[in-house]
Design a protein around this ligand. Sequence first.
Ligand code: COA
Length: 414
Amino acid sequence: MEIRPTTDKDLDVFVDTLHAAFGLFPETPVEGGGLWWSALETDRCLLALTEDGRPVGTAATHSFELTLPGGTLVPAPGVTAVGVLPSHRRQGVLSAMMRHQLAELRASGEFLSVLLASEATIYGRFGYGPATCTAQLTVPRHRAAFAAPRARAAADAPAADASAAGSDNGSVEVLRRAECGEILEEVYDRYRRAQPGSLSRPHRWWALRAGQPPISPAPRYIAVHRDADGVPDGYASYSIESGTLTVDETIATDDAVFTALARFVLGHDLVTEVVFKHVLPDHPLRRQLADFRAGEVSGLMDWLWVRLLDVPRALTARGWFMDGELVLDIDDPFLGEHDRYLLTVRDGKADCVPTDRDPDLSLDIRDLGSVYLGGTAPSTLVRAGHVRAHRPGAAALADALFRAERPPHCLHWF
Ligand SMILES: CC(C)(COP(=O)(O)OP(=O)(O)OC[C@H]1O[C@@H](n2cnc3c(N)ncnc32)[C@H](O)[C@@H]1OP(=O)(O)O)[C@@H](O)C(=O)NCCC(=O)NCCS
């Protein structure tokens, strides 16, 4: 088996092999007409070939930036376009590609990688853990009344309270997707820089219309929210069919903007229900409704998977929100590595060094990937039997330490 990068000359072979692995045809547009693979970066695509030169497997990475807890932006190769021909499955082709890819990423200085999984059973063995979740929220319009916000306004309210839901001085305008110009790209970029777990959307995605709505050319209405000065600070991309208004994506640079957009779509005439796709399972919107049961959460699933390639660099890159000390004993069976680190957090910054001290927690690298962005409580993995806590209180301390300033969320599809 040979694994090698593609060149401009064999990108067609790559695309054909990938589509054959999924039983699809490259010329068939995905939802709404976007050719998602047109955003692939030729120099980051791998082909697996048999001894006689037949292409049988594909894998690639996109050059994304990931927002970590605390707002640090780090390079995040987004693994994509993974496929093996049906005739060559379960013979180790994917395993060989993963090994090759992880070694290359490490050699080029990356300390983590991310992916979305077609099936949740594939990537754990390669050290990836589910780190963010997504869901959809369905609200029947006749139960969509909002409760009055109960937080008392304080005369000396700190600036952070300015984003509290409800205090909206902005406006909403409905545009056709084609009329939006650069608005969506700019608003998304502001949003993702402040949202842990989110990914950048490189300009080529927007320019090529490669992706799912609202990136794709699918016809959509866009409710654009503007602040009091007229600057766009949020949008909801939606379409209506058979009385259901479906919002593909709600991007808001603060909570009040999300609320304003939610009020807007929930107030739409001739609609019986509104489906908000790609929201956090515990989105505050449910609690803003007078009837807590009105918002029905469904389609809860993993979204972004994280694989750490350099634990000290990864742990020192993110922000932390309380002081503490933990000894982590980490097993990485796929790469055949086993390390123990002392993680010390002081004033929002971590130090992470090898140690011989007794461990507080023993965990697999995939579980560290799951807790890294603050979206999975380490104690949940202890209770599931995947992480071992060596002393009372260790799991609770880990829960408090790893928590992010807000739950991580990723809604970019790739
Ligand atoms: C998923 C896919 C790439 C796996 O490729 P592969 O070459 O068959 O994988 P490997 O032979 O290297 O398998 C490695 C291990 O993973 C397991 N595995 C692979 N795919 C799996 C799946 N879909 N579900 C459960 N286990 C799977 C294998 O059984 C094997 O286990 P073992 O080491 O205990 O024997 C291939 O089945 C495929 O192309 N599927 C359709 C496209 C797809 O879903 N791509 C992923 C996009 S995110």
